[in-house]
Design a protein around this ligand. Structure first.
Ligand SMILES: *[C@@H]1O[C@H](CO)[C@@H](O)[C@H](O)[C@H]1NC(C)=O
Ligand SMILES: *[C@@H]1O[C@H](CO)[C@@H](O)[C@H](O)[C@H]1NC(C)=O
Ligand SMILES: *[C@@H]1O[C@H](CO)[C@@H](O)[C@H](O)[C@H]1NC(C)=O
Ligand SMILES: *[C@@H]1O[C@H](CO)[C@@H](O)[C@H](O)[C@H]1NC(C)=O
Ligand SMILES: *[C@@H]1O[C@H](CO)[C@@H](O)[C@H](O)[C@H]1NC(C)=O
Ligand SMILES: *[C@@H]1O[C@H](CO)[C@@H](O)[C@H](O)[C@H]1NC(C)=O
Ligand SMILES: *[C@@H]1O[C@H](CO)[C@@H](O)[C@H](O)[C@H]1NC(C)=O
Ligand SMILES: *[C@@H]1O[C@H](CO)[C@@H](O)[C@H](O)[C@H]1NC(C)=O
Ligand SMILES: *[C@@H]1O[C@H](CO)[C@@H](O)[C@H](O)[C@H]1NC(C)=O
Length: 349
């Protein structure tokens, strides 16, 4: 009894000490979209991005310019407020940062080792996407428009946890995850439903050249892939999640990059519900002949997907086949193990 008390007291003291010893930077908001909060945010990560803590207060921060924050090491980020991106589309088309894959670009890069980004359920990244969804409708090419940015790109993020965050109306894809390893993304809510026109190209998340990525307790309302597992993704799990209105979980595209070899291995999907999505799980492949360039064209690449395990998938009002492949004959189910697939109302295909 006494021994237990002593141990408890010690634990409490240690926790208090480690919180106290962290240098903390609280980001001060400018308070209007006429002032750009990006420089203050970048400075907070410069001052407290090594062994420190960065706090966003429960208010709105206006982000009018790109942020490329890659140097984090052992940092806690508490996001109690909202980051709201500007609607200056010409600026973003000119200045969005290269993601390093498929000619894609992004508004915000975050990377480093031992990062704990916690939104505590309230923290929000708002892409102001209603402007993008209306604008893209007027363009001749509406898919993967060059320079249209992802809301956030985790690049080189390692041994990290991202949790309790909301993403509203992302400009394009919500999140690209590239060169990242051992990252858990828990309790994430995404709503890319447009208020005026419906959204397109608003993937929930895309993994590229990454491993040991865990998606747990995601809720995604969107107009494209709910989550897409792309080139050289290994050891990916998606659990306890709900996807609404999008296309479902996508594997690939595989073979889009000419003469490049791409693999996807060890994917686990368990306990996921699909409401009004096109598929539950589908494979995108490209043919042998190259036809244009990514992101809209491609082909000529090689690759394979192996060791997929899908369990406890449940669909309601699904719009297409629960399991599908864009190139029949190239990929055939079962690719791996599929079990406990509940599709009460799936159309016959
Ligand atoms: C700033 O906010 C005002 C009022 O909501 C809006 O009309 C304007 O387009 C916004 N500007 C940018 C750059 O986001
Ligand atoms: C975009 O870039 C072009 C050429 O570099 C430049 O002339 C134009 O002013 C830029 N527009 C914006 C909104 O930054
Ligand atoms: C982001 O910054 C890193 C250095 O911190 C640099 O290597 C990288 O090229 C930058 N990315 C972009 C797209 O500018
Ligand atoms: C980007 O697009 C150009 C053509 O617009 C193409 O030459 C290039 O290979 C593409 N890059 C990647 C990485 O797909
Ligand atoms: C989240 O926001 C609600 C409503 O504004 C507030 O009551 C609650 O305390 C917030 N939670 C945290 C952890 O900040
Ligand atoms: C738009 O699409 C047309 C034909 O589909 C193509 O020729 C053109 O290169 C595309 N433009 C861009 C910017 O992708
Ligand atoms: C799952 O995430 C939602 C936010 O989307 C949160 O409200 C809920 O508490 C989380 N569930 C669990 C079991 O943590
Ligand atoms: C998602 O956003 C749309 C548009 O604002 C809204 O109508 C809908 O209620 C939201 N859904 C959820 C679950 O919050
Ligand atoms: C995937 O990994 C293989 C083997 O390391 C490499 O040859 C290939 O270029 C990678 N493909 C991409 C698209 O990164």
């Amino acid at each position: 009894m006494l021994r237990q008390t002593v141990i408890t007291a010690l634990v409490v003291l240690q926790t208090a000490a480690s919180v106290q010893s962290r240098k903390t930077c609280t980001v001060v908001a400018g308070g209007s979209n006429e002032t750009d909060d990006a420089p203050a945010i970048i400075n907070a990560f410069k001052d407290c991005g090594h062994g420190g803590r960065v706090v966003f207060q429960p208010t709105t921060y206006y982000v009018n310019s790109v942020m490329n924050i890659t140097w984090l090491d052992d940092v806690k980020i508490d996001l109690y407020g909202k980051l709201l991106w500007s609607n200056d589309i010409p600026y973003w088309l000119n200045n969005s940062l290269d993601v390093g894959y498929q000619n894609q670009s992004t508004a915000f890069i975050l990377g480093g080792d031992k990062v704990h980004l916690n939104g505590h359920g309230n923290g929000t990244l708002d892409g102001n996407g209603d402007f993008w969804y209306a604008w893209i409708r007027q363009q001749p090419n509406t898919s993967n428009y060059p320079g249209r940015p992802h809301a956030i790109t985790f690049n080189g993020l390692r041994n990290s946890v991202v949790e309790g965050l909301n993403f509203l109306r992302s400009q394009m894809w919500t999140m690209s995850i590239i060169y990242s390893h051992y990252v858990e993304l828990n309790d994430i809510f995404i709503n890319n439903t447009g208020n005026t026109v419906s959204s397109s190209n608003t993937d929930g998340a895309d993994t590229i050249r990454s491993s040991h990525i865990k998606f747990d307790n995601w809720t995604v309302y969107n107009g494209d892939d709910s989550i897409s597992i792309k080139a050289n993704s290994t050891d990916i799990s998606i659990t306890n999640s709900k996807f609404f209105n999008g296309l479902g979980i996508a594997l690939g595209s595989i073979g889009q990059l000419n003469d490049q070899y791409e693999t996807i291995e060890r994917v686990r999907v368990d306990n996921v519900q699909f409401h009004n999505t096109l598929h539950a799980f589908y494979v995108k492949t490209w043919t042998d002949d190259q036809n244009g360039y990514p992101p809209n064209g491609g082909g000529g690449g090689l690759g394979y997907a192996a060791d997929l395990e899908l369990t406890n998938l449940e669909t309601t009002s699904i719009r297409g086949a629960a399991l599908a492949s864009e190139s029949p004959g190239v990929f055939q189910f079962p690719l791996g193990q599929v079990s406990d697939l509940i599709t009460p109302d799936a159309p016959e295909t």
